[in-house]
Design a binder for this molecule. Sequence first.
Ligand code: SF4
Ligand code: SF4
Length: 117
Amino acid sequence: MMTNIQTIQFFRKRIPSFVCKPGCHDCCGPVTASSEEMSLLPVKTAEEHDVALANLDCPHLGQDGCEVYAERPLICRLFGTTPRLACPNGHRPDVMIDPRIEEKIHQFFLATRQVLV
Ligand code: SF4
Ligand code: SF4
């Protein structure tokens, strides 16, 4: 039985990566993540969360894009790798995510308590 952290690492390795439009962060916004993923991210104040949410932004989005890229949540990694979350700018990996892995990730989302990042 894998721990949630091990499951997250398992999924991270199986989500294909691809090159985004330089400087783009069009798909960033309010996202949710499991508490294990939250524990990998720096803590933001309630005020920082409020400001981000009021702008429909993510509190980890900075001037130069995502400030937590190496530890960004699964939902951020999934974006653009499946037709269900297609990039509005047409960027994608050569090979999209295996639908069976995508389904398992959605099951993981349902099975874990997801909180606003
Ligand atoms: S996936 Fe598309 S919308 Fe999101 S950052 Fe990359 S290029 Fe921009
Ligand atoms: S964690 Fe990073 S990639 Fe995900 S929504 Fe926030 S800024 Fe964007």
